[in-house]
Design a protein around this ligand. Structure first.
Ligand SMILES: [Zn+2]
Ligand SMILES: [Zn+2]
Length: 261
């Protein structure tokens, strides 16, 4: 497997990266994980979006799904598509409200939101806690994690190797269970563990660098990749936090980075 970071800026795009989006190459197939603001542009540098084989949406915050609207335009209106789009609808795996959410963000007025139907180009499938999905010879496993909305982490297993992506989550025993023994854990760390006056961040939303390291250590992963640092925080502080709580290799990801899994 190979992981490509299309975007990793937490909670919104930043000067050096789009919002959240990744490609996982599984043999000769490609699965995208999230498609936030600006990610589709970065995707064009890696592959023709027609060649995408599947898309997993961890949750429905805009920084993880807003470019699906642009992907619909591309697949629906491209003047010379490589095949009739309706003959190869893109499988999209996401929370229960994925279809309603994507229609609502695509429709520009109440009439369109009532009549729009994306099923000509998308095949939207709801996921739940503990699901197993067979995809291109790989096994995908999902766990519900802790966030203000329905949100999932995903584990991708292929030919004896494994990658876990946390999506957005606060401290989560389910994330540790899903990540147990994974070769690579791509884990969010959005903010420092303590604020400027020593205060703890609000509960139930995101992980700190300290907590990302703690989750990686508890799960015994081989390597920790830190992502989703909010643009207004110093990533170096979060990286130092994670290194203080996880003894294995840790690094901050950046847009355009590739990793062999
Ligand atoms: Zn986010
Ligand atoms: Zn979120």
């Amino acid at each position: 497997m190979e992981l490509t970071v299309l975007g990793c800026s937490g909670s919104g795009p930043g000067p050096n990266s789009p919002s959240s989006g990744y490609l996982v190459r599984i043999g000769d197939r490609t699965l995208a994980l999230d498609l936030g603001n600006g990610v589709l542009g970065a995707m064009h540098r890696e592959l023709d979006p027609f060649d995408l084989d599947g898309l997993f949406l961890s949750h429905l915050h805009p920084d993880h799904c807003s470019d699906v609207s642009s992907l619909v335009v591309y697949r629906r209106y491209h003047p010379a598509p490589p095949y009739p789009p309706a003959s190869r609808r893109l499988p999209v795996y996401g929370p229960a409200e994925t279809a309603d959410r994507l229609v609502a963000q695509y429709g520009t007025c109440a009439y369109e939101r009532d009549t729009e139907d994306l099923t000509d180009v998308l095949d939207i499938r709801s996921v739940g806690d503990g699901d197993r999905i067979d995809f291109a010879g790989a096994v995908l496993r999902t766990r519900r994690v802790v966030h203000p909305c329905e949100s999932y982490a995903i584990r991708v297993e292929y030919e004896g190797r494994s990658l876990v992506y946390s999506g957005d989550t606060a401290a989560s025993p389910a994330l540790v269970e899903l990540s147990r023994g994974a070769d690579v854990m791509l884990c969010e760390a959005t903010w420092p563990h303590t604020g400027p006056n020593g205060e703890l961040p609000p509960p139930g939303i995101h992980l700190s660098g300290t907590e990302a390291g703690e989750h990686a250590a508890a799960a015994g992963v081989g390597r920790l990749l830190i992502t989703h640092v909010a643009v207004w925080h110093d990533a170096a502080i979060l990286l130092a936090e994670a290194k203080a709580t996880f003894n294995g290799p840790v690094e901050l990801v950046s847009a355009g980075a590739h990793y062999k899994i």
